[in-house]
Design a protein around this ligand. Sequence first.
Ligand SMILES: NC(=O)c1ccc[n+]([C@@H]2O[C@H](COP(=O)([O-])OP(=O)(O)OC[C@H]3O[C@@H](n4cnc5c(N)ncnc54)[C@H](O)[C@@H]3O)[C@@H](O)[C@H]2O)c1
Ligand SMILES: [Zn+2]
Length: 357
Amino acid sequence: VSIIHVHSNIRDYDVTFEESPAFINDLIQLSPRIFVVDQNVWQIYSDSILNDLPREETIVLPVDEDRKNYESVAYLYNQLIDRSAKRNLILISIGGGILQDITGFVASTLYRGIKWIFIQTTLLAQCDSCIGSKTSLNYKGFKNLVGTFYPPHSVHIYTPFLKTLQPLDFFSGLGEVVKLHIMGGDDLIEKYSSIHSLIISKDPDALRQAITQALCIKMEYMTGDEFDLGRRNLLNFGHCFGHAIEAITDFSIPHGQAVVIGMLLANNVSYERGHLTKVVYNDLSEKLLMPTLFNPPARKDLNTVEIINAMKKDKKRVGQGLSLVMLKGDYDLIKVDDLSETEVIHSTQTLIDQLKI
Ligand SMILES: NC(=O)c1ccc[n+]([C@@H]2O[C@H](COP(=O)([O-])OP(=O)(O)OC[C@H]3O[C@@H](n4cnc5c(N)ncnc54)[C@H](O)[C@@H]3O)[C@@H](O)[C@H]2O)c1
Ligand SMILES: [Zn+2]
């Protein structure tokens, strides 16, 4: 069993890589506890890994981006209160990033905070969102507009869950894995490339290695800035364009895949500004980013007018210009607030040409 210790200003906690599903039985022994399970995960695993979960203390929640809202939260408050939840309740969630955001919000607000344990079942949640302390709800069509900072009390990663992910969801998570490895520089990019095909085949050791690296890089950027006021912002590499693309495609392009497209666009801006050499720019595209794109986007998904409008609505934008996190030199990251509309148009057109869409 390997463990990553995460420091948080709210509480420290451990991320444990589990070797066998026996850890679930240990969690069942806790008391008082209630499980909340993603409906799709429940359908797949209720007769196998999750067979011993006590049925009367398991809430199965339908999960999609449209349900990441206050209604799901209120539903859970009601379910928990009906089951006589008290302040000493332990909430145990099993699912992906959406279930994490909903149940984390519930755990952080019910009785001003109850104990919360999380078992991630998607690659995106295992490699990225499980650490970071953020809980988020969508509100009035805006993604992640409402939320709290609340880390889980413990995180358990069991990579065999990833075997049943839809390929598009797996590649979405892979987008964040690749982003974090690029942020780690030459060595990590090399390491990742050498195991890329093992990761795609879901080899447990390769997955564990890549997830561990990704979490360590994320931790490095969060240290000293848990509440996202400065350096942590650089983790938004790929996300400035990415969030815009998610929004204009009505989330039909999943988060991590939009981030891959976002990195391709951001790297083009870096290259044009002279911050990346042609060799590095091409290598990143051909060896890492293009192989992580599950499907090329449709041409209409890269409509520049809509991308620019969506970027203007970014909740983190404070100045007049558009903001962009991009690479500079040897994998350093910078955040600029003077991205021009011309640069958006040029980088988008270049990508459309490269993808021949
Ligand atoms: N709080 C944070 O710090 C943070 C960070 C990044 C992303 N997020 C949020 O996470 C969400 C995306 O998370 P995600 O990519 O994990 O998606 P998700 O939770 O929507 O899961 C993707 C799909 O896979 C299904 N699924 C989950 N586990 C499965 C399994 N083992 N086998 C088969 N199917 C399974 C789900 O039911 C869902 O249909 C977004 O809402 C995003 O905003 C939050
Ligand atoms: Zn992300």
